[in-house]
Design a protein. Structure first.
Length: 96
């Protein structure tokens, strides 16, 4: 059954809720997942007098971003995220 005429929310989605999707989300997706996988830290060791005796340099894993975190950022549920992947080419390309 087609949506009634005059319903401003019905354009393009048969009368359902308007989409939250915005084209800029494709770029935000790339930025969100473009993070280093590791980080470098220096851990100082002190002598009895409180002076730095030596410094260990370590490579530690960075906490990696997840789809759930991205969804929380946009205030959507993961099922909406995957619908956007199917429905919006630019978002799908950013995801792949």
């Amino acid at each position: 059954m087609p949506a009634p005429k005059g319903n401003k929310h019905a354009v393009g989605n048969d009368g359902g809720r308007p989409t939250k999707y915005r084209k800029e989300y494709a770029e935000q997706l790339i930025e969100f997942f473009s993070c280093p996988e590791e980080r470098f830290v220096e851990l100082p060791h002190y002598d009895k007098e409180g002076k730095v005796a030596w410094v260990d340099k370590k490579v530690l894993p960075e906490k990696l971003p997840t789809i759930v975190q991205f969804c929380k950022k946009l205030n959507i549920v993961p099922s909406t995220f995957y619908c956007w992947v199917k429905e919006h080419v630019e978002f799908s390309n950013s995801f792949m």
